[in-house]
Design a protein around this ligand. Structure first.
Ligand SMILES: NC(=O)c1ccc[n+]([C@@H]2O[C@H](COP(=O)([O-])OP(=O)(O)OC[C@H]3O[C@@H](n4cnc5c(N)ncnc54)[C@H](OP(=O)(O)O)[C@@H]3O)[C@@H](O)[C@H]2O)c1
Length: 288
């Protein structure tokens, strides 16, 4: 397993990160019932296997199945000694008091006294929402207070966008880390030929950077099935290697529900020879 420094947090984390959305959300991406005994057993084994194989970055959220993902993560990781793993969770956009209530609930479900990273669960940001987050008595101030109280070590936000509001939040200097949507079907965050993109902006701020949806949340594979029903090629390794190949992405988050998936993705992460040269991929071959 490769380990990197997670930006200005100074924490050392595994490049493969365990994405917790798939553990808690019913029928997310494919049929799945998080309440079924076999799902719980498989999810627990997936988390145990990840720890055994050297994954140290785990990402979850209260929004994943109304706390179910956090509870499953807490079942397995809650008893680990502090410092063994880097645990990230989120709180949905809310007000100052809402942040405090959200952390309280997360810590209970995660069975921890603190989390390493608390992120605003962004989805999409409008300019107005970004302003509210940064205003006095807004979310950013509440997150700073949680940091000062020792409930969280670092603060950040997640974004599905590459828009102005995302850049404003990156450039405000308040946040230690950011989680951005970046994969083979969503490349706007990284355009090295111009150069432009939220990944580059976050790197400039020295933030820890996690990439979400590396296997495209199944979108690329579904598209290939639509246009070539008999296509059985396994695109997973190529999609993951695309994101692993970007040196700006410290942690490549992948949703995993079974120990087999974890073993497969650890093998992909460990296959450093499988990385590609993104500069060659993005080249335009334009001559003046
Ligand atoms: N804060 C936010 O707004 C936000 C939004 C999206 C994602 N995230 C974070 O990013 C993580 C990853 O995103 P995601 O879970 O939405 O989507 P994802 O990682 O793109 O997709 C997860 C699915 O991909 C499949 N998969 C995993 N490894 C694979 C491989 N090697 N080959 C082929 N398929 C593979 C798994 O299917 P099987 O179930 O069949 O194994 C899994 O259910 C989330 O879990 C979450 O932690 C955060």
């Amino acid at each position: 397993m490769e380990y990197v420094q997670f930006g200005k947090t100074g924490a050392t984390v595994s490049r493969l990160g365990f994405g917790g959305a798939a553990l808690g959300i019913k029928n997310y991406i494919r049929p799945y019932d998080p309440a079924a005994d076999e799902s719980r057993e498989s999810a627990h084994k997936a988390l145990e296997t990840a720890v055994e194989l050297g994954v140290t970055y785990f990402d979850t959220a209260p929004a994943y199945g109304d706390g179910i993902s956090e509870a499953i993560v807490g079942d397995v990781l809650g008893c680990l000694e502090p410092g063994r793993i880097f645990l990230a969770t989120t709180c949905v956009p809310t007000d100052y008091d809402g942040v405090m209530r959200s952390i309280e609930g997360s810590l209970k479900r995660l069975r921890r006294d603190y989390v390493d990273l608390l992120q605003i669960h962004g989805g999409t940001y409008t300019d107005e929402r970004a302003r509210k987050i940064l205003a006095p008595q807004g979310m950013a101030e509440a997150m700073e207070k949680a940091k000062a109280d020792g409930l969280v070590r670092f603060i950040g936000f997640t974004s599905e966008d590459n828009n102005r509001a995302t850049f404003d939040l990156i450039e405000c200097g308040c946040f230690d880390a950011v989680q951005l949507c970046y994969n083979f079907t969503f490349q706007h965050p990284y355009e090295p030929t111009r150069p432009f993109g939220s990944l580059l902006a976050a790197e400039k701020q020295g933030m820890g950077i996690a990439g979400m949806r590396a296997p495209t949340s199944g979108l690329f594979q579904r598209w290939m099935k639509m246009i070539r029903a008999d296509d059985d090629f396994d695109y997973g390794p190529a999609l993951l290697q695309f994101v692993f190949s970007n040196p700006l992405v410290d942690v490549v988050l992948v949703g995993m529900r079974s120990p087999e998936r974890v073993r497969q993705n650890v093998a992909i992460a460990n296959n450093v020879a499988g990385r590609i040269d993104l500069k060659l991929l993005h080249r335009r071959n334009v001559t003046e």
